[in-house]
Design a protein around this ligand. Structure first.
Ligand SMILES: *Cc1c(COP(=O)(O)O)cnc(C)c1O
Length: 380
């Protein structure tokens, strides 16, 4: 059977905006400015305002956003940066690219986000920053993390790549710490039609340094005060992002609606469901459930044309890219168990309630089938 509920259908999202995206394209085409022009400037203002941050600096992607923040703070060789043990590998790579060492901290088992108590235990005299990821669209416990960081005089950086518009105690991500890195990869809640990213901060010096570093270390054309990078948000992507930013609240609301239905329908099935602390207002980048029978459930859903994904199958410390850390299997057991058991169900602004009901029905029948098979280990 063909996949008739795909995990994510980006074409459906853009069909709704077709005319506006076309006119954004024509505006840029006709402007004759394709790098660091008016669209980037305008988007930076609009996104800073959206996040309630003083500044936004558009960069090439989410990895660069985090990397440039670390560079701008002067964090590098010999320094340690605390990162979650369970995150997309980009969080770790940003630290490695700056020349510093990622120090993994295990998550809270209910929220899957950084556990503040474990953060404190991991701080050494080399620690310069903590990167808190708002995983799957749910904010980390920022007040607790910031209180610990303040005691030890280390920076707190948000990895908000999955959490555009999520709120913590009523405040939006992007203004919950010293600085934040966002990704506008197409599949993110606010996605471009290509790569894109941004740094938000209310620290004027940091914003200035990131602005300089993204553009060859230059504030004045052909004068280079640092060995900078080429990582600028494209004018065209900024124009598209302005269109999509105008829909973000509406689309997040649709996601919340779907997530509430999933939580309701899947309650009592035995699946591990997302836990939302009372201070969190997530934007449901992903709807992640947990089960020891993941592979079996995924294949039963696939047989009914329902696409699922795993975020993520292999934790960073077990990737060949981090073999040099010598952290074998068993060194981060909480994260390793999550990586064995989590799977993501389809949830996006363009999934409708009828599709969601088909998914929940298939999940329930799949779980019943798995239980029946377990009770009959030797089918005749
Ligand atoms: C997507 C993502 C990134 C990296 O963003 P890119 O734009 O793909 O470089 C970083 N951190 C997390 C948690 C992400 O999900």
């Amino acid at each position: 059977m063909k996949t008739d509920i795909p995990f994510l259908d980006l074409k459906a999202a853009h069909a709704e905006l077709r005319d506006e995206l076309r006119s954004a394209f024509e505006r840029v085409l006709d402007s004759g400015r394709y790098i660091l022009g008016g669209e980037v400037e305008r988007f930076e203002e609009e996104f800073a305002e959206y996040c309630a941050a003083r500044y936004c600096v558009g960069v090439g992607n989410g990895l660069d956003a985090l990397h440039l923040i670390l560079r701008a703070y002067g964090i590098g060789a010999g320094d340690e940066v605390i990162v979650p043990s369970n995150t997309y590998i980009a969080t770790w790579l940003a630290v490695s690219h700056a020349g510093a060492t990622p120090v993994a901290v295990e998550p809270d088992e209910r929220t899957y986000n950084l556990d503040p108590r474990r953060v404190e235990a991991a701080i050494t005299e080399r620690t310069k920053a903590v990167i808190a990821v708002h995983l799957y669209g749910q904010p980390a416990d920022m007040d607790a993390i910031r209180a610990i960081a303040a005691r030890h005089r280390v920076k707190v950086i948000e990895d908000a790549a999955q959490a555009h518009g999520a709120r913590y105690k009523g405040r939006r991500t992007g203004s919950l710490a010293d600085a934040a890195g966002f990704s506008f990869y197409p599949g993110k809640n606010l996605g471009a039609l290509g790569d894109g990213g941004a740094v938000t901060t209310s620290d004027a010096d940091l914003a200035e340094r990131v602005r300089m570093l993204r553009n060859y270390g230059s504030r004045v054309t052909y004068h280079h005060e640092a060995a900078g990078f080429n990582s600028r948000l494209d004018e065209l992507q900024a124009a598209f992002l302005r269109v999509k930013l105008s829909r973000l609240e509406d689309w997040s609301e649709r996601r919340r609606h779907l997530a509430a239905a999933y939580l309701d329908e899947l309650d009592g099935t035995g699946l591990g469901l997302p836990f939302v602390p009372q201070w969190a207002s997530p934007v449901w980048h992903l709807f992640v459930v947990r089960t020891g029978a993941r592979e079996s459930l995924r294949s039963r859903l696939a047989a009914r044309g329902i696409g699922t994904l795993v975020h993520y199958p292999v934790p960073p410390h077990l990737q060949p890219a981090y073999a040099h850390l010598n952290m074998g299997p068993g060194t981060l057991p909480v994260s390793e168990a999550l990586h064995r058991e989590v799977m993501s169900l389809p949830l996006a602004a363009h999934v409708d309630m009828a599709a969601l009901r088909r998914v929940t029905l298939a999940v329930k029948e799949g779980l019943a089938g798995i239980a029946a098979d377990a009770g009959r280990p030797h089918p005749s």
